[in-house]
Design a protein around this ligand. Structure first.
Ligand SMILES: [Zn+2]
Length: 167
């Protein structure tokens, strides 16, 4: 039996539309009539995932389906929107950039009680927290550090923004 395509869940659809301000995600278009488009086609991925969805107007949608706007470009448009929408702090971006330029196996020490400062970039999946067992408490706070590493997705994000070429 052929697999039927389930609708995009309303919450997910809303998140994708809000990300683009309910307009076409192509910055020079910004048409107000929008569809939600799969960057890697549904036939390939068979799933609705936030990272793979982008708001496009019917014209840009057609151009994307034809390949006039390729997947890599769509991912770049998506990354730029996400960058503006998620509003990572300068500190989070600096940390991500720092980890990107560190040796591949590098893990940065990070105090557990300051995890809130890097919460959004961890939630976005760009940085991963490696929790350690509590071995020392000072003033009621775990004083031995946890560790932070950059994920493959974090590297891709830096590269998609073109930030790796600077500095
Ligand atoms: Zn458009």
């Amino acid at each position: 039996m052929p697999q039927k395509r389930p609708p995009i869940p309303a919450e997910l659809r809303r998140r994708v539309l809000i990300e683009a301000g309910h307009r076409c995600a192509i910055p020079t278009c910004r048409h107000i009539e929008v569809d939600v488009h799969h960057i890697n086609p549904w036939e390939e991925c068979k799933s609705h995932h936030y990272d793979n969805l982008i708001a496009l107007c019917p014209n840009c949608h057609r151009r994307a389906n034809r390949g006039d706007i390729d997947r890599k470009s769509l991912k770049l448009y998506k990354a730029n929107l996400r960058f503006a929408h998620d509003k990572f702090s300068n500190f989070e971006m600096d940390l991500l950039f720092e980890l990107y330029h560190s040796p591949a196996d590098f893990a940065a020490q990070w105090p557990a009680y300051l995890m809130l400062l890097v919460k959004r970039i961890i939630e976005a999946g760009y940085i991963q927290r490696h929790e350690t067992e509590t071995v020392a408490m000072i003033g009621g706070m775990k004083s031995n550090p946890d560790y932070l590493t950059i994920t493959a997705k974090g590297r891709e994000f830096i590269e998609s923004l073109g930030l790796h070429k600077i500095g």
